[in-house]
Design a protein around this ligand. Structure first.
Ligand code: TYD
Ligand code: MG
Length: 422
């Protein structure tokens, strides 16, 4: 038996004057004065600058570049308004060294304040005392509240500290950015528990062995969630990549068998990537399938379709797939390029260098239409691809900058026959 206190039912209360329901048509929307950034990719991903009083979470694997990106942004904003960068991971001297490195010899930002602090009460105290326009907490896993017995980084600590900072952001109008580490095994409370609490969630991702980084919006109360920013990690921090397709195709060897160009969408932005395939005779037993940059299950499906519907002999071949640049391609629209890369390697015949391939592959070997085809075609044309294989039924009525040769194909086997006939 558990005792339960019965609360007396409370009477309804009339809204305070001016706080009752308002007509939608009569509500005035002020143009929020967002903080602008020099880093236009970052600004765009945020939906057009930093909103005062917002709480933003930047998640990502350890070492991917969150601190670097946040420090660069701080230095950027601190040229005009005060910014407080609070780190629980590095000393102020370490942060300064990094700031000097990423500033590329430029004069350090005038209004940038650094602090090393992990106690959430003192973090709040520092922000209140300095009253900056922007505060960075790096990382949320290192701050802790004395009220909660568990260790810093545990779910209850992370949640409690983040809600303190959320309340502070709302009451003071300071924009607060939190860095949060994600761990694959989930041993440490990941930033996922915070997603409902914050206004904006961004993820910084990329292959640690490659220099490209994608900054993706997962949630945004102040803008679209389809934005993706592309950066490159260099000797002086993260640099915006203005033309990602060009960057991803820069090292391509034209006329090599096993190389196919896919046009995928990263958010609302089309991106051309090179998919490489290699088939090689299996030395013993079971043939291997290895996928780097695409889902292994997608590779298995495409392999099965190639075997059954196209008649390609792959049961005695190991298959390796690699997406150049360390990019992860999740979209089915890249299926055709994946299939073409495998077929091109298996037949040891190169695809035409100016050919791009767009289309989802179905289990019956049919090519299925993909969304945003016009945007994809524009990007491919911009990069000089004059011949593009698309699924049948593509609308010819588009106003494209130049007329590429569009090869409409209904099935995978006819598309491959066309692409490999040269
Ligand atoms: P960091 O921002 O510390 O990652 P996170 O905060 O997400 O854990 O980035 C660390 C990596 O970035 C580290 O491996 C070194 C590299 N790096 C550069 O290559 N160039 C630079 O200018 C900086 C500052 C870091
Ligand atoms: Mg860090």
């Amino acid at each position: 038996m558990v005792e339960d206190v019965v609360n007396p039912r409370r009477a309804a209360v009339a809204p305070a004057p001016g706080l009752g329901p308002q007509k939608l048509t009569e509500i005035e929307v002020g143009t929020e004065d967002r903080l602008r950034l020099d880093n236009l990719e970052f600004e765009r991903v945020l939906g057009g600058g930093v909103v005062p009083g917002s709480l933003v979470l930047i998640g990502g694997d350890p070492g991917i570049g969150k601190s670097t990106l946040l420090l660069q942004m701080s230095a950027d904003v601190a040229a005009t308004v005060p910014v407080l960068y609070i780190s629980g991971e590095e000393s102020v001297a370490q942060i300064k060294t990094r700031a000097m490195r990423v500033s590329n010899g430029a004069r350090p930002a005038e209004h940038l304040y650094l602090a090393a602090e992990t106690d959430v009460d003192r973090v709040v105290g520092q922000i209140e005392a300095l009253a900056p326009k922007l505060a960075i907490i790096d990382s949320i896993q290192t701050v802790h509240s004395a009220d909660i017995p568990s260790a810093a980084g545990s779910i209850s600590q992370v949640r409690e500290c983040a809600s303190r900072l959320q309340a502070l952001a709302k009451s003071s109008g300071v924009a607060i950015f939190l860095a949060g580490h994600v761990t694959k095994d989930g041993a440490i409370a990941g930033p996922r528990v915070l997603e409902h609490l914050v206004d904006t969630v961004l993820y910084l991702e990329g292959d640690p062995y490659h220099s490209y980084r994608l900054l993706r919006t997962v949630k945004n109360r102040y803008g679209a969630t389809t934005e993706v920013g592309v950066f490159k990690m260099g000797a002086s921090g993260l640099v915006e990549v203005a033309n990602p397709s060009e960057a991803f195709l820069a090292e391509r060897r034209k006329g090599a068998p096993g190389s196919a160009i896919a046009v995928t969408m990263e958010g609302s932005r089309p991106l051309l990537v090179e998919v490489q395939g290699l088939t090689s005779p299996t030395t013993f037993g079971h043939p291997r399938r290895t996928a780097n940059g695409v889902d292994i299950n997608r590779l298995l499906i495409i392999t099965a379709v190639l075997t059954r519907r196209v008649g390609l002999q792959l049961s005695d071949q190991d298959i390796f797939i690699n997406v150049v640049g360390g990019l992860q391609v999740r979209e089915p629209a890249a299926d055709l390029a994946l299939a073409a890369a495998i077929a091109s390697s298996a037949r040891d015949r190169a695809l035409p260098p100016d050919l791009a391939l767009i289309g989802e592959v179905g289990l019956s070997g049919e090519l299925r239409r993909v969304p945003r085809l016009e945007a994809r075609l524009r990007e491919a044309i911009k990069l000089g691809f004059s011949s593009i294989v698309v699924p049948k039924g593509a609308d010819p009525g588009w106003d494209l900058p130049s007329k590429p040769k569009l090869h409409e194909m209904a099935g995978l086997s006819e598309a491959l026959e066309f692409a490999l006939k040269a």
